[in-house]
Each structure stands twice: as C-alpha cells, then as structure tokens.
Design a protein around this ligand. Structure first.
Ligand code: DSN
Length: 422
C-alpha cells in the first residue's frame, strides 16, 4: 500500500488477531475468499434497486451476484424471500419496523438489560422515539427462564404490532412455539432477530423460528454465520414487485420489506459486501459447516463447565448456545471492565456486559460476555477450553501483577501459534 500509516495498522491488527484468543461471541474470522470478495471491484459500483430493476446502468454482474446471494440465503433458512442489502443488523431491524408499523405503534421485545439488543427499543435509539416499545425480561436469573405468561399478558394488554424474539446476551434457547401462540392469539407479526445464532440455526444446532410460524427473521452476517459485516432479512410470504405499494398483509411482507430497505431506509447497496455475503452463504451450505456449528456449542458448554469449576458464577447456570455470561462481580468482587482489561493484557479478548438486574453501571457492569465462534474457527476443541478457563482465572487472580500477566500473555501467544492461521 502507498499509505504506510494505514498499512502498518492493518498489519498490527492482523498480528493482534493472530496472537490472541478472540472470545467476543459476536466476532469471527472470515475465509480468505470472503475477504477477496470484500476487497473486489464491486466496491466501485452503484446499484440502487433490485436485480432486474435498477436505477443505474452496468448491472449485468451485480444482478447475478445479488441473485446468487438471495438464493443461497433462502436455501440456508428455508425462507420464501431474502433481502441481502441491509448494511448491518441495526438497519435490518429498522427496515422491518418501518415495513410493518406506523409511528406510535407498539412492539414487544426483550429488555436490553436482560439480554435484548439496543435496536430492540432501548431508549437511546431513534426507533424508541418512533415506536412504543414494551419490554419483557428473564424471570429467573438462576435458570434463565422466561415468563411466557407474562409476555402473553403484556401482549393482551398492549396489542403490539410486532412480537420480537431475539437477544445479544442470552445463553439459552427461546421457546418460539410459545411466542407464536401468543402472536397468533393477538394477530401480531412474529419477528426473530437471530443475529447471534444464525450460524447455529443453519448448522442445525439451534431451532429455526420459521419452523414455528415466525414471519420474519433478521440477522447480521458476521457472527456465527462467519460472513462479512452486514445484515440480512428473511421472510415468509409472496414475493411481489417492490415498485408497487402493496397492502399491509402478512402475505405481502417480502414486498413491504424490499420497499422498506430501498428506498425506505437505505440508498445504494454495498455490492462488494453482497458478493462477500454470497461467498459466506455458499460456505455455510457446505456439510463442514454443520461440524463447525456443533463444535461451537460443544466448546461453549465445556468452557462454561470449566469456568464454573473455577468459581465463575454464570448467568442461567451455563449455556445452550455459543455464549456465556459470567457474573464476575458476584464471583470475585471485581467489575466486568476490570476483568475485561485483565484479560486483554494476556491476549484474551471479551467484553464487559450487564447481567440481568445489574446493580452496577452500564460502563462498569457486573459481568463479562464471551463465546466460542472465533476460537472454533481456528480449530480449538474441548480440551483447549480448560486452558482458556484457567488463563481467565489466572488473569483475575494476578490482575495487579504486571510480571505474572506478561508470563500469561506469553503462554497465550504460544498456544495461538498452535491454532490455524487467520
Ligand atoms: N454488537 C453486537 C454484539 O456484540 O452482540 C450486537 O450488535
């Protein structure tokens, strides 16, 4: 590169990602083919519209790329329709709200403090100003149990237009059947934000909300799905012409969603990212992806077990998916930020996270959140989880000893050299 300053930082980041263990549950390592597609000449192209219906010329290749991405996404999730244009998960959620709701309409979603996502109506977001969000949470922090009767009562009282199931920090599986029963009882649209577990769904180790009557799934493409940073909306219904405004019916959701993405909430799609999504979806369709998804969950369960042996108190007492939420404040008397910093020093990257009903602040919460998608991509297996749990405990025990932390950093680095390259 001519720009040496940026080139040097790209190299430094590659070294950081190679020599450390990536435990943030929403991150992953893409394949070299995904990176190639991302860095391709499609970044030069404007393609407002959809395949076969664009507002600019020169679309003979973009149309094919987008159609391939759409077809693969539909196949992966068993959907009638896929919109591959959302720039990320936030835009995907925003577009679905815009497609189905009028300003002031009610949406029932999981509380951010209990594992929901910012875009599920946190008060600081734009959508919270536009729509009326009602929140449900975890009933029992020990088990992670959700009170579906409470959700039903909230739904009966507030008559939401959308019932949203999904999370960014919940280590258990949701009961989609119960959500569907409630949604059908009050006539709400059923939306699932599967950003964290999309790869587990397509890998067959997590349930697919479409199998329980959900109408829409949104997801990011860069977490367990292991694609480029981006968003995706899948729906059930009949695909129509987005140039014609349809009635707001469940059957018309695909067309309503296409119109809500473009021109409703976005301009030109990022065709280089769509090319990379197509590559990642192709990879996720391969039989090996199932093995990968299974190993993510095996690793997470083992890591949870090993952490518990070392006195980490886990929210919900374990995990059924790829992520673990540990309450370090109630385990060791330190806040999540202090734990995150200690881990960073030895090359373990994870994030401080609020626990349900957290008594500490959002920036210095009680918990840490970690997961196994990225280390599993590098080939880590159950036996390696014991080592990771031990390093985590050591980092906490010796957080005030720079000398000990430097030694631990060396051990982690040597271990990383035994894993596959990124
Ligand atoms: N930032 C993502 C996560 O870490 O879960 C969600 O947007």
């Amino acid at each position: 590169m001519k720009d040496k300053q940026i080139e040097q930082l790209i190299k430094a980041e590659k070294i950081r990602q190679t020599d450390g263990l990536e435990l943030i549950p929403s991150e992953n390592y893409v394949s070299s083919d995904v990176l190639k597609a991302l860095g391709s000449v499609f970044t030069n192209k404007y393609s407002e519209g959809y395949p076969g219906r664009r507002y600019y010329g020169g679309q003979e290749n973009t149309d094919q790329i987008e159609q391939i991405a759409i077809d693969r996404a539909k196949q992966l999730f068993g959907a009638d329709h896929a919109n591959v244009q959302p720039h990320s998960g936030a835009q995907a959620n925003e577009a679905v709200y815009y497609a189905w709701c009028e300003p002031g309409d009610t949406i029932l979603a999981m509380d951010l403090a209990h594992g929901g996502h910012l875009t599920h109506g946190a008060s600081v977001t734009r959508s919270a100003r536009e729509y009326n969000f009602i929140r449900y949470g975890i009933k029992d922090v020990e088990t992670g149990e959700i009170d579906y009767e409470e959700i039903r009562q909230l739904a009966l009282k507030h008559k939401p237009k959308i019932i949203l199931a999904g999370f960014s920090a919940y280590p258990r599986e949701l009961d989609y059947e119960k959500f569907a029963e409630i949604g059908n009882e009050i006539g709400a649209m059923l939306m699932a934000d599967m950003s964290h577990i999309a790869g587990l769904i397509v890998g067959g180790v997590a349930k697919n909300p479409f199998d329980y009557g959900f109408h829409v799934i949104t997801t990011t493409t860069h977490k367990t799905l292991r694609g480029p940073r981006g968003g995706l909306i899948l729906s059930r219904g009949v695909v129509g012409n987005p140039l014609k405004k349809p009635e707001k019916t469940l059957e018309n959701l695909p067309t309503l969603i296409d119109r809500a993405v473009f021109p409703g909430t976005q301009g030109g799609p990022h065709m280089h990212t769509i090319a990379a999504k197509a590559v990642a979806f192709g990879e996720a369709l391969q039989p090996e992806f199932k093995d990968y998804a299974e190993q993510i969950v095996k690793n997470a369960k083992k890591l949870a077990e090993e952490l518990q042996k070392r006195d980490f108190k886990l929210v919900t007492g374990g995990t059924n998916n790829h992520l673990i939420l540990a309450d370090v404040y109630n385990s060791f008397g330190i806040d999540g930020k202090e734990a995150e910093i200690a881990m960073d020093k030895i090359g373990l990257t994870l994030n401080a996270n609020a626990t349900p009903n957290d008594s500490l602040t959002r920036f210095r919460p009680s918990g840490i959140r970690l997961g196994t998608p990225a280390v599993t991509t590098r080939g880590a297996k159950e036996a390696d989880m014991e080592k990771i749990a031990e390093w985590m405990k050591q980092a906490i025990n010796h957080r005030d000893s720079e000398e000990r932390l430097v030694k631990l950093r060396q051990e982690v680095k040597h271990f990383c050299q035994t894993l596959s390259a990124i």
